[in-house]
Design a protein around this ligand. Structure first.
Ligand code: DGJ
Length: 729
């Protein structure tokens, strides 16, 4: 059991293989946070907290004349509201009597075998090989009866701890919840910590920024209704000296696809408070007496092994405990070609079959028909919402088209953007009230489209029915689920005025319901998520889809940064990556090496390729299949940082037993008559010898890691190298 209670000390300690996390029912029954870090025994760490009279940091009334216990200075598992703690709050609630106050003290705790599930949202699960336990601690406000239930999931072998929160109204009057953080982690000394986040924009998602913690609240979040291109719900707090290979790092990954907030505050006493959860912007959720509100899950990890160590923890965990699709590990994902950059919306059934035939020669196994196949959809002004086949384009009908592709020995995939509606569509004409539009105000148009009110059950039911009927109609192997705008005009015609503050969150709950039902009905379909590229790339989405489109930016040199940033938390097996026409001066082979850091596919008009180019593509598709197990199951190493000035970007995948590895290098910036460059491998067996590229050379593992491999200089720009290393027995 990874959860140890010492009733005498009043401590609860969570243990994973290499970490411990301790809390204590402390003074006046407040739940005090004591420790998260490398394994310690179940000793009481409360001696770490020195109590002083801190002027202007007040004391709970019961402390009377003792002026040394202040909630403004105590490390806590969840903060109070209006009890003299002025740091970033875990909760903001308006009680039935109009007061803004929550004073939670421990009234109960429970330990359960196994990992909890959330009822309204996805969460990670335990497999048969996991030892997982659940701790629930209930805090109660004695005046209002409002309870906050803190939930912890402890995965021993995986070294992961999850947290979630429920708010229960046991009182007699409705309350309005205005802020709820799923996790609160207080560090006793954070003055020498850095915060790493993953900001970006459309076409440049998940770039990497590292900043020292200073005395203010650093906030990272999204108010775009989706987890967004601009920020990602993953944050690292680490010691200032942390590198890829060394040092203490904490990771926080939020399983939520809507507005989120991460806030890290370095307070007046150099302590850090970190909180993460639903963004409080335009959030006000009524909880009636007897009702419970559930917040999303935060997946936390700690390691002493630097950023690579943290990445390995998340990659292993998310490859095993996040998504139940058979494509996660049991079935190899096919090499695909997508029609988007080949034809955009200008295609018909004949064109698609031609592309498929040419792609077959390139070793492609799946044709994806992207946007443009439905309703009246010749450009992005119309058609969204009408999920029936456009027979002017797909003249033979969907069933026949799929049959033709299948007859080529290929599989067929299809694109949807279910959450959106065009004004010029039958759906909008029939149900204008299903759209999010604030009464009396023309709605913001983005990509010429409006947003369906996913919080409405009729809208959810319509989408489940329409999408399922297309999926039932033909032999569909793959679905790409897109969303191409941010949410604005937050309003639901189905909710009264006083409940409009619930709509952002209800949208996400509705979306989860739709995806859940469709995916459960079609467990054999491979789903890929997409949001104008990687705008909603988050673990909640990845619990439904085993892969996600990284970015609409297919330029292979930009992709080096995109893959680098995405790799910090998301497994390589989740990263949708294609070869396209983007990157005119980049050789096809280099494009392929870059796309092999992901699910690998093509996004171009295959009928335009020369025989020689088709042959190169065939070789690359075959190589991807040959290396698939290393790329998808191996440990991933970032060997260089593409954001730093350098001549090359390198990365490596190594099988867990170190028997095989694939090291890739893209030369990006050769200087005239410059120095010889070397790439040092990681993660190999230092005692072993490795055959390079099926016997081209034999090198020692220790030498590969410590001396490195010299990279040829006499090469054209943007040349790529791949070193496949196989251990010699
Ligand atoms: C945005 C996606 O990222 C693209 O790949 C493509 O599917 C378009 N949407 C289609 O509208």
């Amino acid at each position: 059991m990874g959860i140890k209670v010492n009733e005498f000390q009043k401590t609860i300690t969570l243990h994973t293989q290499n970490t411990s996390y301790q809390m204590k029912i402390g003074n006046l029954d407040y739940l005090i946070h004591l420790y998260y870090g490398p394994t310690i025994p179940d000793v009481d760490l409360s001696y770490q907290i020195k109590q002083y009279d801190r002027g202007f940091s007040g004391n709970p009334y019961e402390s009377r004349n003792a002026r040394t216990f202040s909630l403004d200075a105590q490390p806590q598992e969840f903060s109070t509201q209006q009890q003299g703690d002025f740091r970033a709050a875990s909760i903001e609630v308006v009680n039935g009597d109009g007061s803004y106050s929550f004073n939670g003290r421990v009234v109960d705790y429970k330990i359960k075998k196994g990992k909890y599930c959330l009822e309204t949202m996805p969460s990670v699960f335990a497999t048969e090989s996991d030892t997982a336990d659940t701790l629930e601690v209930t805090l109660e406000d004695a005046v209002t009866g409002v309870q906050v239930i803190l939930i912890y999931g402890v995965f021993e072998e995986a070294d992961m701890i999850t947290r979630a929160v429920k708010v229960k109204n046991t009182g007699t009057k409705s309350i309005q919840l205005q802020k709820i953080m799923s996790t609160c982690l207080d560090f006793l000394n954070g003055s020498k910590m850095d915060l790493i986040s993953f900001p970006g924009r459309y076409g440049q998602e998940r770039q990497v920024e590292r900043q020292p913690m200073t005395h203010h609240i650093h906030t990272i979040g999204s108010v775009r209704g989706t987890s967004s291109h601009q920020q990602n719900p993953f944050v690292i707090l680490c010691d200032r000296d942390v590198s890829e290979d060394y040092g203490n790092c904490y990771g926080f990954s939020l399983m939520y696809s809507g507005n989120f907030l991460a806030e890290a505050e370095l307070d007046q006493y150099d302590q850090i408070r970190f909180g993460m959860g639903i963004h409080p912007k335009q959030f006000s959720f009524e909880i009636k007496p007897g009702e419970v509100f559930e917040g999303p899950e935060v997946v936390m990890a700690f390691t002493t092994k630097g950023l690579t160590g943290l990445t390995h923890l998340y990659h292993d965990f998310y490859r095993k405990n996040l998504c139940k699709s058979k494509f996660v590990k049991d079935v190899r994902r096919p090499v695909l070609i997508n029609s988007w950059e080949a034809a955009f919306m200008d295609f018909d059934d004949v064109k698609l079959v031609e592309i498929a035939k040419a792609a077959k020669e390139m070793g492609v196994e799946l044709l994806v028909m992207d946007d443009g196949w439905f309703g009246k959809r010749d450009d992005d002004n119309s058609g969204l919402g009408d999920w029936y086949v456009n027979e002017k384009k797909i003249k033979c009908g969907l069933h026949k088209l799929v049959e033709q592709i299948n007859d080529l020995g290929m599989k067929f995939g299809i694109w949807f953007e279910p959450e959106m509606v065009s004004e010029d569509s039958d759906l909008y004409r029939t149900h204008p009230e299903w759209t999010m539009e604030i009464p009396g105000r023309p709605a913001v148009r983005s990509r010429n489209q409006l947003v369906l009110d996913m919080s409405r059950e009729e809208v959810q039911d319509y989408l489940i029915k329409e999408v399922n009927s297309i999926l039932n109609d033909a032999n569909i192997y793959y679905v790409k689920w897109d969303i191409n705008r941010s949410l604005a005009d937050i309003w639901s015609n189905a909710q009264p005025a006083e409940k409009q503050g619930e709509v952002y969150h209800r949208y996400i709950l509705g979306l989860y319901r739709v995806m859940d039902q469709i995916i459960k009905t079609h467990p054999d379909i491979l789903f890929e998520g997409c949001s104008g590229g990687g705008g909603r790339y988050d673990p909640a989405m990845l619990s439904y889809y085993p892969q996600y489109w990284v970015s609409d930016n297919n330029h292979p040199i930009d992709r080096l940064k995109l893959h680098y940033g995405t790799s910090f938390v998301y497994p390589i097996s989740t990263m949708g990556a294609h070869i396209s026409d983007s990157g005119k001066f980049v050789p096809l082979r280099t494009k392929a090496v870059v796309a092999m850091c992901g699910t690998f596919g093509y996004e171009l008009d295959a009928t335009h390729l020369s025989k020689e180019e088709q042959k190169i593509c065939k070789e690359q598709s075959d190589l991807f299949r040959k290396y698939y197990h290393i790329i998808f199951e191996g440990d991933y190493y970032r060997l260089s940082n593409p954001f730093e000035v350098g001549n090359m970007t390198a990365w490596q995948h190594v099988l867990k037993d170190k028997s095989e590895s694939l090291l890739s290098v893209v030369v990006t910036n050769l200087t005239c008559n410059g120095p010889q460059e070397y790439v040092k491998a990681k993660g190999l067996d230092p005692m072993a010898f490795y055959s390079i590229n099926d016997g081209e050379a034999i090198y020692s593992g220790a030498a590969l890691m410590n001396a490195g491999i010299p990279i040829d200089r006499e090469i054209p720009e943007y040349t790529a190298f791949q070193f496949h290393m196989k251990k010699i027995d």
